[in-house]
Design a protein around this ligand. Structure first.
Ligand code: FES
Length: 330
């Protein structure tokens, strides 16, 4: 059997130059000494570390012209560790360069595919063993084994359920419904149009039925930004304009790129900015994306007022909130 490792004899490469230590015993001894000295210095570094830790008070300060007052214990530990690691590395390099075997070798690569004969032998062996086990004759065992193996293969798919609901389903349902009041976050106080001056922005959540607990998960999904501008500044079609109320417009706070909280509002330009990747949305044009990686506007929540004058949702969101990267068709 031939070895995989052979002496390298490629005539295209320059001739290998042997090191002095390979053929001169004195040079080899000198190289060995050098390596040993480097390792000893490393050991001294470790001793410096240990000594600094146990015998130098952490309250002792030394003065060095460049560093000013420095904690001597920390300096000793740091320097000791640095010396220990550096000189172990230098010693190893020196050892490899001067004394370790210096033979160039080449490992032949083989095809990954097995030899035809090996493949045929394998198939013959499987058939023979299957025949011996009676699989050919016992069709009931064959079918039930196929069923068992097939179902075992399916079991990981069932476990995928633990990863949570599908994004489309999860992000399509929020607590916003027709008539749900907008309440300020975190006070929970319902809000009227006159509470919001032109140029103001507020974060609101849906008012939940009494006794319903607000979860962190729902706060994330339900958060809405309420912005008031002058009504004549809107550049919306009739339907979207009817979703606003006296210059107040509401958008999901969850960025349509990767789901960060859109948190910055530029009053002058009427732009909403996402701090994560700088997607910028134009409030006057129904949060149309004017810059950045987001692929679609922030979903708009249709709002109006109820009989008591409080702001309420006209309906839930008409599209999923949050990131759209999983919506391949969008
Ligand atoms: S998450 Fe908002 S721009 Fe990326």
């Amino acid at each position: 059997m031939t070895s995989d490792i052979q002496k390298f004899e490629d005539p295209g490469l320059p001739e290998h130059v042997h090191r002095k230590a390979d053929h001169d015993e004195n040079a080899a001894k000198a190289a060995e000494k050098k390596v040993a000295i480097l390792f000893v210095i490393s050991a001294l570094g470790t001793l410096l570390l240990i000594g600094s830790y146990y015998f130098v008070k952490s309250t002792t300060f030394i003065f060095l012209p460049i560093m000013g007052d420095t904690n001597a214990q920390q300096l000793g530990i740091g320097a000791g560790l640095g010396i220990a690691l550096l000189f172990i590395g230098l010693g190893a390099i020196q050892w490899a360069r001067t004394l370790m075997p210096d033979t160039e070798v080449v490992a032949e690569r083989h095809e990954f595919r097995s030899e035809d004969k090996d493949r045929e032998d394998f198939v013959a062996t499987v058939k023979e063993r299957a025949g011996a086990a009676g699989l050919g004759r016992r069709s009931l065992i064959k079918r039930s084994l196929g069923l068992a193996v097939g179902l075992v293969g399916l079991s990981p798919l069932v476990l995928l359920r633990d990863l949570g609901p599908l994004p489309r389903k999860y992000l399509s349902t929020t607590d916003w419904k027709s008539g749900t009041r907008l309440v300020l976050d975190p006070s929970g106080r319902p809000i009227k149009p006159e509470d919001l001056e032109v140029g103001a922005v507020a974060q609101v959540l849906p008012e939940l039925p009494a006794g319903t607990e607000r979860t962190l998960e729902n706060i994330g999904k339900d958060a809405v930004l309420l912005i008031r501008i002058r009504p004549e500044e809107f550049n919306l079609d009739a339907e979207r304009l009817s979703w606003t109320h006296e210059g107040i417009i509401a958008f999901s706070k969850i960025c349509s790129h990767m789901g960060c909280a859109v948190a910055l509002y530029e009053q002058q330009t009427k732009h909403l900015l996402c701090p994560c990747h700088q997607s910028t949305f134009d409030v006057t044009r129904a949060a149309k994306v004017i810059f950045g990686p987001a692929a679609r506007p922030l979903p708009q929540l249709a709002i109006t007022v109820d009989s008591e004058g409080y702001l309420v949702a006209k309906q839930g969101f008409t599209e999923p909130i949050g990131p759209s990267f999983w919506e391949r068709s969008s």
